[in-house]
Design a protein around this ligand. Sequence first.
Ligand SMILES: *[C@@H]1O[C@H](CO)[C@@H](O)[C@H](O)[C@H]1NC(C)=O
Ligand SMILES: *[C@@H]1O[C@H](CO)[C@@H](O)[C@H](O)[C@H]1NC(C)=O
Ligand SMILES: *[C@@H]1O[C@H](CO)[C@@H](O)[C@H](O)[C@H]1NC(C)=O
Ligand SMILES: [Zn+2]
Ligand SMILES: [Zn+2]
Length: 507
Amino acid sequence: MCKLYYLFILVSISFITDASPTSNPNTGVFWQITDIHYDFNYSRFGNPGKLCHQSKTTNSTRSVGLFGNYKCDSPWTLVTTAIDGMKAINAKPDFILWTGDSMSHVSDNQSSLLKVYLTIRNVSNLIHSAFPNVSVFPVLGNHDPYPSNNMPIGSNYYEKIISMSGWKQFLGKSEQEQFMKGGFYVSTVVTGIRVIGLNTNLLYSKNPLVQGHKDPSNQFAWLIKQLEDAKSKGLKVYIISHIPPGAFERTSLKIKWFYPEYNQPYLDILRRYSDVILAQFYGHGHTDSFRILYNKTGYPINALYLSPAVTPWKSSLPGTGSNNPALRLYYYNRNTGQVLDYVQYFLNLTKANLEKKPVWEVEYHATKAYSIPDISAQSLNKVTKTFHRSSPTFELYFKYNSVSHGVQETCDTNCYYIQYCAIVNLDFNDFDRCIFWRGTMPHPAHHRSTIHHHHHKTKSPPDYAFYVIGGLALVVLILALIVGCLCLGRHNQNAGYKYGKFVGPVN
Ligand SMILES: *[C@@H]1O[C@H](CO)[C@@H](O)[C@H](O)[C@H]1NC(C)=O
Ligand SMILES: *[C@@H]1O[C@H](CO)[C@@H](O)[C@H](O)[C@H]1NC(C)=O
Ligand SMILES: *[C@@H]1O[C@H](CO)[C@@H](O)[C@H](O)[C@H]1NC(C)=O
Ligand SMILES: [Zn+2]
Ligand SMILES: [Zn+2]
């Protein structure tokens, strides 16, 4: 079965021709830029241990980077070179998706609401002046309110983002009115295709302001209404937002972004309207990844594209590290809205600083790198079927995951399963089970696959094995607990790592 499957892959690869989408008049392009994290306190002679801020006591003259530093957020030179790079590569995209987090990772006591508004305004004005005639669809990130993560329900904050941070330039009258109610809106991309800009920061588990709310700012209800409306009119929809559902793929902490009571209803809506939703675009993780949404019978029904960040900032999450600054250009069919491909661009920050010259290079073309005809959920699903800890496709994916920065890093078994399980399991329980079972029961496709999708099946144990192995594991666990209690009896140790213990800014 497995061998046959690889044969199938080989055969399909050999039929993929280099159909460069640019030559087709129906093919349009659009940019996604995300997680700029502009820090106006970045100093070329600053301290990389302190976000490259200049310390008052030491007066260093050693440059830590003209275009930025892997431990710090973006200086203005990096922000401008990113926008210049977009313009130089493609100055006439059909539209631009800007998926949040413009503010730096400085602690809240060094910031203020006014600083946040002005920081976002600087970026808004820069984008608008570089692309005066291009539609820009912005959404807020968890670092864009103040204090960070505190995305409010009903507040004049949203009004101020429009009036003080320059989003008047991007949103029409009716979009502005909707945005003021909770930071989300619907707009039109091209004829027949709408974009729904969401505020998933309201679902973020680090947001203390939404606790006790079943549907913060009535966003779920509003979203369902929009999707119903699009469906009844035969329109298609792109969903854009800052924080994606599911878990983060690049940290040993196995962080899940949303509160569990929000993750499930959100996924339920995505599944229910997967025929209306063409694609989804997110940021926040700073890494280059994707997610596949499966229906209940295990068939891939939607792709979530997770674009890497402009900021190279080294995350405080264990295992995450830094990334090269990134920009992404998508290709899509203007008639159907189908997203066909993307080109990932990056700035080699080491090289840019050495040569004092910023050059935005192509990192990879998605369809070429992964040998797939398009970047649909079905095609990406096929890519994940070739993933093993040291399979060439996974190694490639892992290299791109840090925008070719962590090339010297290897992904051990733990790292691999967190990556793989996060990509194919957006449901928290499925993700946990996948990690526990080391990918042998990764998602519904593997144990509830129907006859129609046999070629999607990889070797997985029969269902009863799950309970047999589970029972054995339980026995071993109980034995281990007994032994553990006996051994550790007199060491009054702390109970290991806890998510709640983690402090500091997260992406
Ligand atoms: C950041 O820069 C501003 C002036 O541009 C200065 O007033 C402020 O003290 C700086 N903050 C930090 C934390 O260095
Ligand atoms: C933008 O559009 C206006 C009016 O359609 C036109 O006059 C102007 O030249 C355009 N600017 C650019 C940079 O394309
Ligand atoms: C970035 O540039 C440095 C210095 O020129 C080089 O050693 C490194 O291989 C480059 N990295 C990539 C991903 O191109
Ligand atoms: Zn974020
Ligand atoms: Zn971010």
